[in-house]
Design a protein around this ligand. Structure first.
Ligand code: AMP
Length: 588
Protein backbone atom coordinates (compact mmCIF):
# COMPACT_ATOMS: atom_id res chain seq x y z
CA UNK A 1 0.00 0.00 0.00
CA UNK A 2 1.31 3.42 -0.83
CA UNK A 3 1.91 5.68 2.13
CA UNK A 4 -0.19 8.33 0.39
CA UNK A 5 -3.17 5.95 0.60
CA UNK A 6 -2.63 5.43 4.33
CA UNK A 7 -2.34 9.20 4.81
CA UNK A 8 -5.76 9.60 3.16
CA UNK A 9 -7.22 7.05 5.53
CA UNK A 10 -5.64 8.84 8.49
CA UNK A 11 -7.12 12.09 7.28
CA UNK A 12 -10.59 10.58 7.23
CA UNK A 13 -10.03 8.98 10.65
CA UNK A 14 -9.27 12.41 12.05
CA UNK A 15 -12.52 13.76 10.69
CA UNK A 16 -14.99 11.13 11.89
CA UNK A 17 -17.01 11.72 14.99
CA UNK A 18 -18.16 8.17 15.67
CA UNK A 19 -16.26 5.19 16.94
CA UNK A 20 -18.08 2.76 14.64
CA UNK A 21 -16.99 4.75 11.65
CA UNK A 22 -13.41 4.59 12.93
CA UNK A 23 -13.63 0.80 13.07
CA UNK A 24 -15.01 0.71 9.54
CA UNK A 25 -12.18 2.81 8.17
CA UNK A 26 -9.48 0.87 9.97
CA UNK A 27 -11.01 -2.44 8.79
CA UNK A 28 -10.80 -1.11 5.21
CA UNK A 29 -7.13 -0.35 5.72
CA UNK A 30 -6.48 -3.87 7.06
CA UNK A 31 -8.43 -5.48 4.22
CA UNK A 32 -6.42 -3.62 1.65
CA UNK A 33 -3.04 -4.23 3.30
CA UNK A 34 -0.68 -7.01 2.33
CA UNK A 35 0.37 -9.60 4.91
CA UNK A 36 3.83 -8.19 5.33
CA UNK A 37 2.47 -4.68 5.89
CA UNK A 38 0.12 -5.54 8.75
CA UNK A 39 2.39 -5.08 11.74
CA UNK A 40 3.91 -1.86 10.37
CA UNK A 41 0.43 -0.41 9.88
CA UNK A 42 -0.58 -1.31 13.42
CA UNK A 43 2.54 0.26 14.97
CA UNK A 44 2.30 3.36 12.78
CA UNK A 45 -1.34 3.86 13.65
CA UNK A 46 -0.48 3.53 17.34
CA UNK A 47 2.25 6.13 16.82
CA UNK A 48 5.06 3.74 17.81
CA UNK A 49 7.76 1.73 16.07
CA UNK A 50 7.27 -1.49 17.98
CA UNK A 51 5.37 -2.72 21.04
CA UNK A 52 6.23 -0.83 24.23
CA UNK A 53 8.32 -3.68 25.62
CA UNK A 54 10.88 -3.28 22.87
CA UNK A 55 11.58 0.22 24.11
CA UNK A 56 12.22 1.71 20.67
CA UNK A 57 12.05 5.48 20.65
CA UNK A 58 12.33 7.90 17.76
CA UNK A 59 14.48 10.40 19.60
CA UNK A 60 13.07 13.24 17.49
CA UNK A 61 12.27 16.49 19.28
CA UNK A 62 10.09 19.28 17.90
CA UNK A 63 13.11 21.49 17.28
CA UNK A 64 14.65 18.80 15.12
CA UNK A 65 11.46 18.24 13.13
CA UNK A 66 11.23 22.01 12.60
CA UNK A 67 14.69 21.93 11.08
CA UNK A 68 13.80 19.00 8.84
CA UNK A 69 10.80 20.90 7.48
CA UNK A 70 12.99 23.96 6.82
CA UNK A 71 15.62 21.92 4.96
CA UNK A 72 13.01 20.04 2.94
CA UNK A 73 11.12 23.11 1.77
CA UNK A 74 13.77 25.85 1.46
CA UNK A 75 12.46 28.09 4.22
CA UNK A 76 14.30 29.21 7.36
CA UNK A 77 13.89 27.59 10.75
CA UNK A 78 12.41 30.83 12.08
CA UNK A 79 9.77 30.88 9.38
CA UNK A 80 8.74 27.31 10.17
CA UNK A 81 8.81 27.99 13.89
CA UNK A 82 6.63 31.06 13.71
CA UNK A 83 4.03 29.16 11.69
CA UNK A 84 4.14 26.36 14.27
CA UNK A 85 3.46 28.89 17.03
CA UNK A 86 0.24 29.79 15.23
CA UNK A 87 -0.87 26.31 14.16
CA UNK A 88 0.14 24.48 17.36
CA UNK A 89 0.60 21.39 15.20
CA UNK A 90 3.89 20.74 13.51
CA UNK A 91 2.19 18.25 11.19
CA UNK A 92 -0.09 20.96 9.82
CA UNK A 93 2.85 23.32 9.55
CA UNK A 94 4.76 20.71 7.51
CA UNK A 95 1.71 20.27 5.32
CA UNK A 96 1.44 23.94 4.48
CA UNK A 97 5.19 24.40 3.92
CA UNK A 98 5.35 21.43 1.58
CA UNK A 99 2.41 22.91 -0.34
CA UNK A 100 4.35 26.12 -0.89
CA UNK A 101 7.81 24.53 -1.06
CA UNK A 102 10.56 26.56 -2.74
CA UNK A 103 12.43 23.43 -3.73
CA UNK A 104 11.72 20.99 -6.47
CA UNK A 105 9.93 18.06 -4.96
CA UNK A 106 11.22 14.55 -5.46
CA UNK A 107 7.84 13.06 -6.16
CA UNK A 108 8.91 10.44 -8.67
CA UNK A 109 9.45 7.78 -6.02
CA UNK A 110 6.14 7.36 -4.25
CA UNK A 111 7.06 5.53 -1.03
CA UNK A 112 5.02 2.59 0.16
CA UNK A 113 4.24 1.91 3.80
CA UNK A 114 7.15 -0.42 4.41
CA UNK A 115 9.64 2.03 2.92
CA UNK A 116 8.40 4.77 5.22
CA UNK A 117 8.40 2.44 8.21
CA UNK A 118 11.96 1.30 7.48
CA UNK A 119 13.10 4.90 7.06
CA UNK A 120 11.50 5.79 10.40
CA UNK A 121 13.31 2.86 12.00
CA UNK A 122 16.60 4.17 10.63
CA UNK A 123 15.84 7.53 12.20
CA UNK A 124 15.20 5.83 15.52
CA UNK A 125 18.30 3.67 15.34
CA UNK A 126 20.69 6.52 14.61
CA UNK A 127 22.50 7.18 17.88
CA UNK A 128 25.70 8.58 19.29
CA UNK A 129 27.77 11.48 18.04
CA UNK A 130 26.28 13.36 15.09
CA UNK A 131 23.03 11.41 15.34
CA UNK A 132 20.92 14.50 15.83
CA UNK A 133 22.03 15.96 12.49
CA UNK A 134 21.65 12.56 10.88
CA UNK A 135 18.09 12.18 12.14
CA UNK A 136 17.21 15.68 10.93
CA UNK A 137 18.57 14.85 7.50
CA UNK A 138 16.76 11.54 7.22
CA UNK A 139 13.47 13.12 8.22
CA UNK A 140 14.07 16.03 5.80
CA UNK A 141 14.53 13.49 2.98
CA UNK A 142 11.19 11.92 3.78
CA UNK A 143 9.42 15.29 3.90
CA UNK A 144 11.12 16.43 0.68
CA UNK A 145 9.56 13.59 -1.25
CA UNK A 146 6.14 13.93 0.34
CA UNK A 147 2.87 15.41 -0.79
CA UNK A 148 1.47 17.95 1.69
CA UNK A 149 -0.86 15.37 3.25
CA UNK A 150 1.89 12.77 3.57
CA UNK A 151 4.12 15.38 5.20
CA UNK A 152 1.51 15.96 7.89
CA UNK A 153 1.91 12.37 9.09
CA UNK A 154 5.62 12.02 8.32
CA UNK A 155 6.17 14.73 10.92
CA UNK A 156 3.53 13.77 13.43
CA UNK A 157 4.52 10.10 13.52
CA UNK A 158 8.08 10.42 14.91
CA UNK A 159 6.86 13.09 17.34
CA UNK A 160 4.31 10.62 18.75
CA UNK A 161 1.48 13.04 17.95
CA UNK A 162 -0.63 11.30 15.33
CA UNK A 163 -3.88 12.56 16.86
CA UNK A 164 -5.93 9.67 15.59
CA UNK A 165 -7.25 8.68 19.01
CA UNK A 166 -7.53 4.96 18.26
CA UNK A 167 -7.25 2.59 21.21
CA UNK A 168 -6.37 -1.09 21.37
CA UNK A 169 -10.02 -2.14 21.57
CA UNK A 170 -10.91 -0.15 18.44
CA UNK A 171 -8.05 -1.74 16.59
CA UNK A 172 -9.04 -5.26 17.72
CA UNK A 173 -12.58 -4.69 16.52
CA UNK A 174 -11.30 -3.44 13.19
CA UNK A 175 -9.24 -6.63 12.82
CA UNK A 176 -12.31 -8.67 13.64
CA UNK A 177 -14.29 -6.85 10.92
CA UNK A 178 -11.46 -7.42 8.47
CA UNK A 179 -11.55 -11.18 9.10
CA UNK A 180 -15.23 -11.82 9.50
CA UNK A 181 -17.17 -8.74 8.48
CA UNK A 182 -18.48 -8.42 12.02
CA UNK A 183 -17.12 -7.76 15.48
CA UNK A 184 -17.65 -11.19 17.07
CA UNK A 185 -14.03 -12.27 16.94
CA UNK A 186 -12.91 -9.47 19.17
CA UNK A 187 -12.71 -11.65 22.31
CA UNK A 188 -10.49 -14.24 20.67
CA UNK A 189 -8.19 -11.58 19.29
CA UNK A 190 -8.12 -9.93 22.68
CA UNK A 191 -7.07 -13.18 24.34
CA UNK A 192 -4.17 -13.44 21.92
CA UNK A 193 -3.25 -9.82 22.52
CA UNK A 194 -3.41 -10.24 26.30
CA UNK A 195 -0.77 -12.94 26.31
CA UNK A 196 1.73 -11.29 23.97
CA UNK A 197 1.02 -7.53 24.28
CA UNK A 198 1.95 -7.10 20.65
CA UNK A 199 -0.94 -5.94 18.50
CA UNK A 200 1.24 -5.85 15.39
CA UNK A 201 2.10 -9.50 15.87
CA UNK A 202 -1.57 -10.44 16.40
CA UNK A 203 -2.60 -8.55 13.25
CA UNK A 204 0.14 -10.13 11.14
CA UNK A 205 -0.64 -13.64 12.44
CA UNK A 206 -4.34 -13.21 11.72
CA UNK A 207 -3.76 -12.03 8.17
CA UNK A 208 -1.17 -14.66 7.28
CA UNK A 209 -2.27 -17.76 9.20
CA UNK A 210 -5.88 -17.08 10.09
CA UNK A 211 -7.98 -17.51 13.17
CA UNK A 212 -6.68 -21.00 13.92
CA UNK A 213 -3.21 -19.63 14.51
CA UNK A 214 -4.67 -16.94 16.80
CA UNK A 215 -6.48 -19.60 18.81
CA UNK A 216 -3.36 -21.68 19.31
CA UNK A 217 -1.15 -18.77 20.32
CA UNK A 218 0.52 -19.42 23.69
CA UNK A 219 2.64 -17.48 26.17
CA UNK A 220 6.35 -17.15 25.53
CA UNK A 221 9.25 -15.53 27.30
CA UNK A 222 10.10 -11.92 26.37
CA UNK A 223 6.58 -11.24 25.19
CA UNK A 224 5.08 -9.74 28.36
CA UNK A 225 1.61 -10.77 29.47
CA UNK A 226 -0.92 -8.01 30.08
CA UNK A 227 -1.34 -7.93 33.85
CA UNK A 228 -4.32 -9.31 35.75
CA UNK A 229 -6.12 -6.63 37.78
CA UNK A 230 -8.02 -6.67 41.04
CA UNK A 231 -11.64 -5.76 41.71
CA UNK A 232 -12.49 -4.10 45.00
CA UNK A 233 -15.01 -4.58 47.77
CA UNK A 234 -15.42 -2.51 50.94
CA UNK A 235 -15.52 -5.18 53.67
CA UNK A 236 -14.02 -8.52 54.64
CA UNK A 237 -17.51 -10.06 54.84
CA UNK A 238 -18.31 -9.14 51.26
CA UNK A 239 -14.99 -10.50 50.05
CA UNK A 240 -15.51 -13.86 51.73
CA UNK A 241 -19.07 -14.03 50.45
CA UNK A 242 -18.00 -13.24 46.90
CA UNK A 243 -15.22 -15.82 47.06
CA UNK A 244 -17.79 -18.38 48.20
CA UNK A 245 -15.61 -19.94 50.88
CA UNK A 246 -11.90 -20.52 51.35
CA UNK A 247 -9.59 -18.10 49.58
CA UNK A 248 -6.01 -16.91 49.79
CA UNK A 249 -5.43 -13.49 51.36
CA UNK A 250 -2.13 -11.92 50.38
CA UNK A 251 -0.46 -8.81 51.68
CA UNK A 252 -0.70 -5.93 49.22
CA UNK A 253 2.61 -4.18 48.61
CA UNK A 254 2.87 -0.65 47.33
CA UNK A 255 5.78 -0.55 44.90
CA UNK A 256 6.32 -1.31 41.23
CA UNK A 257 4.67 -4.21 39.53
CA UNK A 258 7.32 -6.31 37.88
CA UNK A 259 7.02 -9.17 35.40
CA UNK A 260 10.25 -11.13 35.19
CA UNK A 261 11.06 -13.17 32.08
CA UNK A 262 14.04 -15.44 31.90
CA UNK A 263 15.35 -17.93 29.39
CA UNK A 264 18.88 -19.20 29.93
CA UNK A 265 21.09 -16.24 30.69
CA UNK A 266 18.74 -13.65 29.26
CA UNK A 267 16.63 -11.79 31.75
CA UNK A 268 14.13 -8.96 31.27
CA UNK A 269 11.86 -7.07 33.65
CA UNK A 270 8.66 -5.37 32.51
CA UNK A 271 6.58 -2.72 34.26
CA UNK A 272 2.83 -2.67 34.70
CA UNK A 273 2.67 -0.84 31.37
CA UNK A 274 4.93 -3.52 29.93
CA UNK A 275 7.89 -1.29 29.36
CA UNK A 276 11.33 -2.83 29.83
CA UNK A 277 12.71 -1.85 33.21
CA UNK A 278 15.56 -4.37 33.45
CA UNK A 279 18.29 -1.79 33.99
CA UNK A 280 16.31 0.01 36.64
CA UNK A 281 16.29 -2.91 39.06
CA UNK A 282 19.69 -4.58 38.80
CA UNK A 283 19.47 -6.32 42.16
CA UNK A 284 16.23 -8.05 41.20
CA UNK A 285 17.54 -9.00 37.78
CA UNK A 286 20.69 -10.49 39.32
CA UNK A 287 18.72 -12.43 41.91
CA UNK A 288 16.42 -13.78 39.18
CA UNK A 289 19.51 -15.09 37.40
CA UNK A 290 21.18 -16.57 40.44
CA UNK A 291 18.57 -17.50 42.97
CA UNK A 292 15.81 -19.29 41.06
CA UNK A 293 15.96 -23.02 40.67
CA UNK A 294 15.20 -23.12 36.96
CA UNK A 295 16.31 -21.02 34.02
CA UNK A 296 13.09 -20.57 32.09
CA UNK A 297 10.15 -18.78 33.67
CA UNK A 298 7.76 -15.84 33.81
CA UNK A 299 6.95 -14.68 37.32
CA UNK A 300 5.27 -11.61 38.62
CA UNK A 301 5.50 -9.60 41.80
CA UNK A 302 5.81 -6.18 43.38
CA UNK A 303 9.26 -4.62 43.70
CA UNK A 304 9.76 -2.39 46.70
CA UNK A 305 12.49 -0.94 48.84
CA UNK A 306 13.35 -2.85 51.94
CA UNK A 307 15.13 -1.73 55.08
CA UNK A 308 17.25 -4.67 56.16
CA UNK A 309 18.08 -3.18 59.53
CA UNK A 310 14.46 -3.02 60.67
CA UNK A 311 12.99 -5.65 58.31
CA UNK A 312 10.48 -3.08 57.13
CA UNK A 313 9.18 -2.35 53.69
CA UNK A 314 9.52 1.26 52.68
CA UNK A 315 6.66 3.46 51.51
CA UNK A 316 6.15 4.06 47.80
CA UNK A 317 7.85 7.48 47.96
CA UNK A 318 11.10 5.77 48.93
CA UNK A 319 10.79 3.10 46.27
CA UNK A 320 10.05 5.66 43.58
CA UNK A 321 13.48 7.17 44.12
CA UNK A 322 14.73 4.08 42.40
CA UNK A 323 12.93 5.08 39.23
CA UNK A 324 15.36 7.90 38.71
CA UNK A 325 17.87 6.58 36.31
CA UNK A 326 20.91 8.13 37.96
CA UNK A 327 22.74 6.66 40.85
CA UNK A 328 21.01 3.32 40.55
CA UNK A 329 23.97 1.35 41.87
CA UNK A 330 24.40 3.60 44.84
CA UNK A 331 20.70 3.37 45.62
CA UNK A 332 20.81 -0.39 45.25
CA UNK A 333 23.15 -0.43 48.21
CA UNK A 334 21.29 2.14 50.30
CA UNK A 335 17.85 0.86 49.50
CA UNK A 336 17.96 -2.73 48.40
CA UNK A 337 14.84 -3.94 46.68
CA UNK A 338 12.79 -7.01 47.37
CA UNK A 339 10.46 -8.62 44.95
CA UNK A 340 7.36 -9.94 46.67
CA UNK A 341 6.35 -12.50 44.06
CA UNK A 342 2.67 -13.31 43.70
CA UNK A 343 2.26 -15.28 40.49
CA UNK A 344 3.86 -17.52 37.94
CA UNK A 345 2.65 -17.89 34.36
CA UNK A 346 5.30 -20.01 32.67
CA UNK A 347 8.06 -22.38 33.72
CA UNK A 348 10.24 -24.92 31.90
CA UNK A 349 8.26 -24.75 28.68
CA UNK A 350 4.93 -25.16 30.45
CA UNK A 351 2.14 -22.59 30.30
CA UNK A 352 0.78 -22.14 33.85
CA UNK A 353 -1.82 -19.50 33.03
CA UNK A 354 -4.72 -21.94 33.01
CA UNK A 355 -3.64 -23.79 36.14
CA UNK A 356 -5.59 -22.87 39.30
CA UNK A 357 -4.03 -20.31 41.65
CA UNK A 358 -3.14 -22.94 44.26
CA UNK A 359 -1.11 -24.96 41.74
CA UNK A 360 0.67 -21.85 40.48
CA UNK A 361 1.51 -20.78 43.99
CA UNK A 362 2.98 -24.20 44.75
CA UNK A 363 5.23 -23.94 41.72
CA UNK A 364 6.20 -20.38 42.59
CA UNK A 365 7.29 -21.34 46.10
CA UNK A 366 9.19 -24.33 44.76
CA UNK A 367 11.15 -22.19 42.28
CA UNK A 368 11.96 -19.36 44.66
CA UNK A 369 13.25 -21.80 47.28
CA UNK A 370 15.79 -20.00 49.39
CA UNK A 371 16.11 -16.76 47.45
CA UNK A 372 16.60 -13.77 49.74
CA UNK A 373 15.62 -11.10 47.24
CA UNK A 374 12.70 -12.83 45.58
CA UNK A 375 10.19 -13.86 48.22
CA UNK A 376 6.69 -15.20 47.81
CA UNK A 377 4.11 -12.70 49.06
CA UNK A 378 2.94 -13.36 52.63
CA UNK A 379 -0.50 -14.86 52.80
CA UNK A 380 -3.06 -16.83 54.75
CA UNK A 381 -5.80 -19.14 53.56
CA UNK A 382 -9.14 -18.68 55.23
CA UNK A 383 -12.90 -18.62 54.92
CA UNK A 384 -13.37 -16.38 57.94
CA UNK A 385 -14.07 -12.68 57.60
CA UNK A 386 -12.55 -12.12 61.02
CA UNK A 387 -9.24 -13.77 60.04
CA UNK A 388 -9.20 -11.72 56.88
CA UNK A 389 -9.78 -8.54 58.86
CA UNK A 390 -7.05 -9.40 61.38
CA UNK A 391 -4.58 -10.11 58.61
CA UNK A 392 -5.58 -6.86 56.93
CA UNK A 393 -5.03 -4.88 60.14
CA UNK A 394 -1.62 -6.40 60.77
CA UNK A 395 -0.59 -5.66 57.19
CA UNK A 396 -1.69 -2.05 57.48
CA UNK A 397 0.09 -1.70 60.82
CA UNK A 398 3.24 -2.88 59.10
CA UNK A 399 2.97 -0.03 56.64
CA UNK A 400 1.49 -2.01 53.77
CA UNK A 401 -1.40 -1.00 51.60
CA UNK A 402 -3.88 -3.69 52.51
CA UNK A 403 -4.62 -7.13 51.13
CA UNK A 404 -5.57 -8.85 47.90
CA UNK A 405 -7.84 -11.87 48.24
CA UNK A 406 -7.47 -14.54 45.57
CA UNK A 407 -9.72 -17.30 44.33
CA UNK A 408 -7.86 -20.58 44.89
CA UNK A 409 -9.31 -22.15 41.74
CA UNK A 410 -9.02 -19.29 39.27
CA UNK A 411 -6.63 -19.22 36.30
CA UNK A 412 -4.40 -16.19 35.64
CA UNK A 413 -6.75 -13.81 33.84
CA UNK A 414 -4.53 -11.61 31.68
CA UNK A 415 -5.45 -8.01 30.97
CA UNK A 416 -8.71 -7.97 32.89
CA UNK A 417 -10.20 -6.85 36.17
CA UNK A 418 -12.10 -9.82 37.58
CA UNK A 419 -13.38 -10.95 40.95
CA UNK A 420 -10.78 -13.72 41.13
CA UNK A 421 -8.60 -11.02 42.74
CA UNK A 422 -10.28 -8.63 45.17
CA UNK A 423 -8.44 -5.86 46.94
CA UNK A 424 -9.16 -4.22 50.25
CA UNK A 425 -7.14 -1.10 50.85
CA UNK A 426 -6.20 1.00 53.85
CA UNK A 427 -8.94 3.37 55.08
CA UNK A 428 -11.12 2.28 52.28
CA UNK A 429 -14.11 1.89 54.43
CA UNK A 430 -15.67 5.30 54.69
CA UNK A 431 -15.08 8.30 52.54
CA UNK A 432 -13.59 8.11 49.11
CA UNK A 433 -10.03 7.67 50.21
CA UNK A 434 -8.83 5.80 47.16
CA UNK A 435 -7.60 8.07 44.42
CA UNK A 436 -9.02 7.95 40.91
CA UNK A 437 -7.10 8.00 37.66
CA UNK A 438 -8.89 10.27 35.21
CA UNK A 439 -8.32 10.92 31.53
CA UNK A 440 -8.05 14.50 30.31
CA UNK A 441 -10.55 15.11 27.49
CA UNK A 442 -10.55 18.89 27.38
CA UNK A 443 -9.42 22.05 29.10
CA UNK A 444 -10.56 25.54 29.95
CA UNK A 445 -8.57 28.68 29.33
CA UNK A 446 -7.40 30.63 32.33
CA UNK A 447 -9.36 33.52 33.66
CA UNK A 448 -8.37 35.98 36.36
CA UNK A 449 -5.00 35.12 37.86
CA UNK A 450 -4.66 32.13 35.58
CA UNK A 451 -4.83 34.03 32.30
CA UNK A 452 -1.07 34.01 31.88
CA UNK A 453 -0.90 30.22 31.79
CA UNK A 454 -3.53 29.80 29.09
CA UNK A 455 -4.92 27.22 31.41
CA UNK A 456 -7.77 27.34 33.90
CA UNK A 457 -8.77 23.75 34.49
CA UNK A 458 -9.46 20.35 33.00
CA UNK A 459 -12.43 18.35 31.86
CA UNK A 460 -11.83 14.75 32.89
CA UNK A 461 -13.31 11.39 32.03
CA UNK A 462 -13.31 7.76 33.07
CA UNK A 463 -13.09 4.82 30.68
CA UNK A 464 -16.18 2.80 29.84
CA UNK A 465 -14.76 -0.57 28.82
CA UNK A 466 -18.02 -1.88 27.40
CA UNK A 467 -18.47 1.06 25.04
CA UNK A 468 -14.73 1.71 24.55
CA UNK A 469 -15.60 5.37 25.17
CA UNK A 470 -14.40 8.05 27.56
CA UNK A 471 -17.27 9.47 29.62
CA UNK A 472 -16.94 12.82 31.33
CA UNK A 473 -17.02 12.76 35.12
CA UNK A 474 -15.65 16.03 36.44
CA UNK A 475 -14.12 19.40 35.87
CA UNK A 476 -10.85 19.78 37.73
CA UNK A 477 -9.55 23.17 38.77
CA UNK A 478 -7.84 22.62 42.14
CA UNK A 479 -4.56 21.20 43.34
CA UNK A 480 -2.28 22.57 40.62
CA UNK A 481 0.98 24.36 41.29
CA UNK A 482 2.00 27.10 38.84
CA UNK A 483 4.58 24.75 37.31
CA UNK A 484 1.95 22.11 36.83
CA UNK A 485 -0.39 24.57 35.11
CA UNK A 486 2.43 25.56 32.81
CA UNK A 487 3.24 21.94 32.08
CA UNK A 488 -0.39 21.09 31.34
CA UNK A 489 -0.83 24.17 29.20
CA UNK A 490 2.28 23.27 27.16
CA UNK A 491 1.29 19.65 26.72
CA UNK A 492 -2.41 20.19 26.04
CA UNK A 493 -2.12 23.11 23.64
CA UNK A 494 -0.15 20.81 21.38
CA UNK A 495 -3.04 18.44 20.97
CA UNK A 496 -5.93 20.89 21.36
CA UNK A 497 -8.79 20.64 18.89
CA UNK A 498 -12.10 22.41 18.38
CA UNK A 499 -14.30 19.37 17.79
CA UNK A 500 -15.09 16.58 20.21
CA UNK A 501 -12.90 13.47 19.61
CA UNK A 502 -14.70 10.37 18.35
CA UNK A 503 -14.33 8.27 21.49
CA UNK A 504 -15.33 11.02 23.91
CA UNK A 505 -18.83 11.31 25.37
CA UNK A 506 -19.60 14.59 27.15
CA UNK A 507 -22.33 17.17 27.51
CA UNK A 508 -20.16 20.01 28.77
CA UNK A 509 -18.13 21.94 26.20
CA UNK A 510 -14.60 22.86 27.28
CA UNK A 511 -12.71 25.68 25.52
CA UNK A 512 -10.60 23.03 23.80
CA UNK A 513 -10.96 19.30 23.41
CA UNK A 514 -8.05 16.89 23.47
CA UNK A 515 -8.11 13.27 22.42
CA UNK A 516 -7.65 10.80 25.29
CA UNK A 517 -3.91 10.64 25.92
CA UNK A 518 -3.04 11.90 29.39
CA UNK A 519 -4.04 10.45 32.78
CA UNK A 520 -4.02 12.40 36.06
CA UNK A 521 -4.57 11.22 39.63
CA UNK A 522 -7.39 12.86 41.51
CA UNK A 523 -8.74 12.71 45.04
CA UNK A 524 -12.34 13.62 45.79
CA UNK A 525 -14.63 13.64 48.80
CA UNK A 526 -17.51 11.80 47.30
CA UNK A 527 -19.16 10.48 44.17
CA UNK A 528 -22.43 12.23 43.45
CA UNK A 529 -25.20 11.92 40.86
CA UNK A 530 -25.07 14.54 38.17
CA UNK A 531 -27.16 15.58 35.16
CA UNK A 532 -24.18 17.16 33.36
CA UNK A 533 -21.71 14.29 33.27
CA UNK A 534 -22.07 11.25 31.03
CA UNK A 535 -20.24 8.76 33.27
CA UNK A 536 -22.69 5.86 33.73
CA UNK A 537 -25.55 8.04 32.46
CA UNK A 538 -29.02 6.48 32.73
CA UNK A 539 -32.61 7.64 32.28
CA UNK A 540 -34.33 7.98 35.67
CA UNK A 541 -37.90 6.93 36.41
CA UNK A 542 -39.10 10.50 35.94
CA UNK A 543 -37.53 10.70 32.48
CA UNK A 544 -34.60 12.88 33.51
CA UNK A 545 -31.07 11.65 32.98
CA UNK A 546 -28.26 11.35 35.47
CA UNK A 547 -24.66 10.26 35.46
CA UNK A 548 -21.96 10.42 38.12
CA UNK A 549 -19.63 13.19 39.15
CA UNK A 550 -17.12 14.04 41.89
CA UNK A 551 -17.44 16.39 44.84
CA UNK A 552 -14.37 18.53 45.59
CA UNK A 553 -12.00 16.90 43.13
CA UNK A 554 -8.34 17.91 43.38
CA UNK A 555 -5.18 16.91 41.60
CA UNK A 556 -2.76 14.76 43.62
CA UNK A 557 0.14 12.48 42.85
CA UNK A 558 3.90 12.42 42.52
CA UNK A 559 3.81 13.63 38.93
CA UNK A 560 1.27 15.72 37.05
CA UNK A 561 0.74 13.16 34.29
CA UNK A 562 0.64 9.46 35.14
CA UNK A 563 3.15 8.13 32.64
CA UNK A 564 2.61 4.57 33.83
CA UNK A 565 -1.04 4.46 32.79
CA UNK A 566 -2.61 4.61 29.37
CA UNK A 567 -6.08 6.16 29.00
CA UNK A 568 -7.57 2.68 28.81
CA UNK A 569 -5.99 1.87 32.18
CA UNK A 570 -7.67 4.76 33.94
CA UNK A 571 -10.52 4.30 36.43
CA UNK A 572 -13.53 2.78 34.69
CA UNK A 573 -17.21 3.70 34.70
CA UNK A 574 -17.91 0.34 36.31
CA UNK A 575 -15.56 1.11 39.18
CA UNK A 576 -17.22 4.48 39.74
CA UNK A 577 -20.64 2.85 39.93
CA UNK A 578 -19.30 0.29 42.41
CA UNK A 579 -17.61 2.95 44.53
CA UNK A 580 -20.85 4.92 44.55
CA UNK A 581 -22.85 1.96 45.83
CA UNK A 582 -20.19 1.10 48.43
CA UNK A 583 -20.21 4.66 49.68
CA UNK A 584 -23.97 4.52 50.08
CA UNK A 585 -23.79 1.28 52.03
CA UNK A 586 -21.29 2.70 54.49
CA UNK A 587 -23.43 5.73 55.20
CA UNK A 588 -26.60 3.85 56.07
P1 AMP B 1 -4.35 -1.19 42.44
O1 AMP B 1 -3.17 -0.60 41.74
O2 AMP B 1 -4.79 -0.47 43.65
O3 AMP B 1 -5.47 -1.55 41.48
O4 AMP B 1 -3.88 -2.62 43.01
C1 AMP B 1 -3.40 -3.62 42.18
C2 AMP B 1 -1.89 -3.63 42.24
O5 AMP B 1 -1.43 -4.03 43.50
C3 AMP B 1 -1.28 -4.62 41.29
O6 AMP B 1 -1.16 -4.07 40.00
C4 AMP B 1 0.06 -4.90 41.91
O7 AMP B 1 1.02 -4.00 41.38
C5 AMP B 1 -0.12 -4.54 43.37
N1 AMP B 1 0.04 -5.65 44.32
C6 AMP B 1 0.73 -5.58 45.48
N2 AMP B 1 0.69 -6.73 46.14
C7 AMP B 1 -0.02 -7.60 45.40
C8 AMP B 1 -0.41 -8.97 45.57
N3 AMP B 1 -0.07 -9.68 46.65
N4 AMP B 1 -1.16 -9.53 44.58
C9 AMP B 1 -1.53 -8.82 43.49
N5 AMP B 1 -1.19 -7.52 43.29
C10 AMP B 1 -0.45 -6.91 44.23
Amino acid sequence: MLFSKLAEYYDSLEKVSSRLKMIEIMAEVFKEAEEREMSAIVYMTQGVLAPAFEGKEFGVAEKMATESIAIATGYTKDEVESDFKKSGDLGKTAESFVAKSKLKRMLSSKPNILEVYEAMKKISESSGKGSKEHKIKLLANLVASSTPLEARYMIRYPLGQLRLGLGDATMLEALSVMENNDRTLKDELERAYNICSDLGFVAATLKSDGLKAIRSLSVSTFKPIRPALAERLPTAEEIIEKMGGKCAVEQKYDGFRCQIHRKGKRIELYSRRLERTTEMFPDIATAALKEVSTDEFIIEGEALAYNEATSEFMPFQETIQRKRKHGIDEKAVNLPLRLMAFDIMFADGKNYMNEPYSKRREKLEELLGKSETLRPSKRIITDSAKDLDDFFNISVENGLEGIVAKDLNAPYIAGARKFSWIKLKRSYQGELSDTLDLVIIGYYLGRGSRTEFGFGGLLCAVYNEKRDMFESISKLGTGFTEEQMQELSDKLSKIAQKSKPARVDAILEPDFWVYPKYVVTVRADEITKSPTHTCGMKVNDDGTKSGYSLRFPRLVGETTIRTDKSPEEATTTKEIIELYSQQKKVRV
